[in-house]
Ligand binder design. Structure first.
Ligand code: CP3
Length: 332
């Protein structure tokens, strides 16, 4: 078994497992090099040879325990027939949502469109560099996908559309969940050893709506992943009550954001914990980085803990700082 899976299973580990959200991408010159020659981001995600290279790039540099596939949560709306492109310095732009059409999309059509992602997983999981490492597959949570599909772009601080009065909402939610299950199953069959669910916009939902839009759909996906024999890590960024989330959703491990107090988490949550440190710390200096990393390591020293950040690595991060951070964790 790998250190990551041992940690999630509450077994003793020889060192603290570490990997980073958004480790494959923007801050690495070798990624930017490939990216500059591939202007169409969706096409790049659907090129298994190149996305395999990008997936392995952080492993070539750092002593980390897992690779996360180079892909995107928005490939689900894309596979459902919604147009998707990425604009430089703006982010994703989705086409108008025609839910009548989306609800009728056949499962075969979805897996056919996403086949390059499954090939990427096959190629990567069989690479010698992956020995004793985990390969993390992922999906966006139902709520976060709903936000992108209806808002048609990143919401920043608020959502510009009335999601809750959308005419075919329940049918749309069910279709998204069905597609997420297919995507989870195919990723696992193709070599993903762990699944992470990114609920990047959980923090935008009112608490009285958590049940229907976050807890219930995520619980279905967590149970489904577990039924396939794999662990599932959930990252409900900005959620107001991590303890309640864990009680309802029951993920194998919970990834925390940088706004939540790690002391509160250590006190109140007894499932394996991942992440927490503010990615901005990597933009400061080594002394400060060491101090802050040690703070998280100390707080979670008696807990199954996977070192990671409280959100993705920022594009302006110096890769040598990431390397230094990995050394701090591994020497702890
Ligand atoms: O973690 C990794 O390194 C693996 C690859 C990965 C990407 N996106 C590649 C990517 C993962 C896990 C994601 C998840 C993702 N995508 C999330 C959830 C995590 C989070 O950050 O909250 C979300 C919300 C998206 C949607 C998305 N994709 C946005 C909003 C953007 C534009 C802003 C940005 O982050 O750059 C993307 C583009 C994207 N996805 C890039 C990469 C490497 C940058 C593309 C570029 O080079 O222009």
């Amino acid at each position: 078994m790998t250190v990551l899976i041992d940690c999630i299973n509450n077994k003793s580990v020889s060192s603290i497992p570490v990997w980073f959200m958004r480790q494959a991408g923007r801050y690495l010159p070798e990624f930017r090099d490939i990216r500059s020659k591939n202007k169409d981001f969706v096409k790049l995600c659907l090129n298994p040879e190149l996305s395999k290279d990008i997936t392995l790039q952080p492993l070539n540099r750092f002593n980390i325990d897992a690779a996360i596939i180079f892909s995107d949560i928005l490939l689900i709306p894309f596979a459902l027939g919604q147009q998707l492109r990425f604009e430089k310095n703006f982010g994703p732009i989705l086409g108008e949502l025609r839910s009548e059409n989306i609800i009728d999309v056949k499962n075969d059509e979805i897996t056919k469109k996403l086949q390059p992602v499954y090939n990427l997983l096959k190629f990567t999981s069989s690479d010698p560099k992956m020995k004793n490492k985990d390969l993390i597959g992922f999906i966006g949570a139902t709520w976060t996908l709903l936000v992108y599909m209806l808002n048609q772009k990143s919401p920043k601080k608020n959502i510009e559309v009335d999601i809750f009065n959308y005419p075919h909402l329940d049918k749309l939610i069910n279709k998204i969940i069905e597609t997420q299950k297919i995507h989870i199953k195919k990723q696992i069959e193709s070599g993903a050893s762990i699944i992470q669910i990114f609920d990047s916009w959980a923090g935008l939902l009112e608490i009285n709506k958590y049940n229907k839009y976050i807890y219930e759909p995520t619980k279905i996906l967590v149970e489904y992943t577990k039924s396939l024999g794999k662990n599932v890590i959930c990252f409900p960024r900005g959620i107001k009550n991590y303890k309640e989330y864990c009680k309802f959703v029951k993920p194998s491990a919970i990834s925390i954001d940088y706004e939540v107090d790690p002391l509160e988490i250590a006190k109140n949550i007894n499932i394996p914990i991942q992440g927490g440190m503010n990615p901005q710390i990597l933009l400061t200096d080594k002394e400060n980085l060491k101090k802050e990393a040690k703070r998280y390591l100390d707080i979670f020293k008696d807990h199954p803990y996977i070192f990671n950040l409280g959100h993705g690595i920022l594009p302006e991060t110096d890769p040598t700082m990431v390397d230094y951070l990995v050394k701090i964790v591994k020497d702890y």
